[in-house]
Design a protein around this ligand. Structure first.
Ligand SMILES: [Zn+2]
Length: 364
């Protein structure tokens, strides 16, 4: 964006005429492979800008959104609490957002790549954080829980999943409370939005659509009139969101929640431009939701076949994941395997037997 319009409200860039649009696996990417560089804000629609912050690991980036909000701008999601993400914001505040007043921060869910800099941004501009109560409470709870050693529930969880005693002993030396380290201080107060609420932001009305399974009360923002869906991690175009059985609620059924959320989002119009947190904006919401549901059903069926012989969560990685699970993926893979096993149990397709604290599942 040129400097002459740096402090003007966001408006669509005519150079974005979609000659680069392409279709892949039933989804259409109207902007082609274009994505914001550091310090760049790509206008997607009147008053809606797309920026990107770098994050380490396989995700590589998170998308964040700037929405015109009267004489201010509202920011949606914030990046991790790391120098690279703070530098990304600085580049935006010196560039396309120079001269703009930040009026509020909205977060889709509590994960550190989304909420990590919310406290930093809210403090810097002295503005409120908006999110669902479930996500805010979860963040506040986790951030306050820092200990020298993992709680007994964590050790029981790892043992239940089939981790060996050597790995558990290694984890016991690491302390507890990594979440807090990834966050700027989570604001003590917040403004709640809840499922079905209508938020007026600038000239647009955004309906809150809550999903569960990836996080407790994930808020998506749906602009019906404008045909936009800020999807957070609830619908991603190329990767599947992690759905893990959480330590907080080991008897929950997050994959059941996730599949129900897919059904719920399937009731939104198919022609929305979906703005995901990772990957590029796309159309083809229903095709993507169908593919996500199908993928999980497929894996549940494969897992059911695997359970002809009794198995623990760690025995199921080969059935559930295409790639080898390295040490740094162990936690996520375990949570995901536990969620799938628990789903089979809830569906009545597997039975669980606990022997010496280890959960063995068998098909039924
Ligand atoms: Zn997430």
């Amino acid at each position: 964006m040129s400097d002459s319009r740096a402090s003007e409200p966001l408006s669509p860039d005519v150079s974005l005429v979609p000659d680069a649009a392409y279709t892949h696996k039933g989804l259409t990417y109207p902007l082609g492979r274009r994505a914001p560089e550091s310090g760049e804000l790509i206008p997607l629609a009147e008053g809606v800008g797309w920026a990107r912050l770098p994050i380490p690991g396989s995700l590589k980036h998170i998308n964040v959104w700037a929405l015109d909000d009267g004489d201010a701008v509202a920011l949606v999601d914030t990046g991790l609490n790391i120098a690279e993400c703070r530098a990304g914001w600085e580049a935006l505040f010196e560039g396309p957002l120079a001269g703009r007043r930040v009026g509020r921060i909205l977060c889709t869910h509590f994960h550190p790549d989304h909420l990590g800099l919310a406290g930093w941004l809210a403090g810097r501009f002295d503005v409120p954080l908006w999110m669902t109560r479930g996500e805010w409470l979860f963040a506040r709870m986790l951030a306050a829980d820092v200990r020298d050693a993992p709680p007994r529930e964590a050790i029981a969880y790892w043992r239940a999943a089939g981790w060996d005693e050597e790995r558990i002993a290694r984890e016991e030396t690491k302390g507890w409370g990594r979440f807090a380290a990834m966050m700027s201080a989570v604001p003590v107060s917040f403004v709640r939005f809840a499922d079905g609420d209508l938020l007026r932001i600038g000239g647009r009305d955004w309906r809150i659509v809550v999903g569960c399974g990836h996080s407790p009360e994930h808020g998506c923002l749906w602009d019906e009139a404008g045909g936009l869906l800020i999807a957070g991690d609830q619908v991603l175009p190329r990767i599947t969101s992690n759905v893990s059985l959480s330590l907080s609620e080991p008897e929950a059924d997050p994959l059941g929640d996730w599949l129900a959320s897919i059904d719920k989002l399937r009731r939104l119009p198919d022609d929305l431009l979906v703005l995901p947190s990772h990957g590029e904006p796309f159309t083809g919401l229903h095709a993507r939701l169908d593919a996500l549901a199908h993928g999980h059903r497929d894996r549940l069926d494969a897992l059911h076949r695997r359970l002809a012989e009794p198995a623990r969560a760690v025995d199921c990685f080969g059935t559930l994941f295409a790639r080898r699970i390295e040490d740094n993926m162990m936690g996520l893979a375990t949570g995901e395997a536990m969620a799938h096993l628990r789903r089979l149990e809830v569906e009545g397709r597997a039975r669980r037997e606990v022997r010496g604290g280890v959960h063995w599942y068998e098909a039924r």
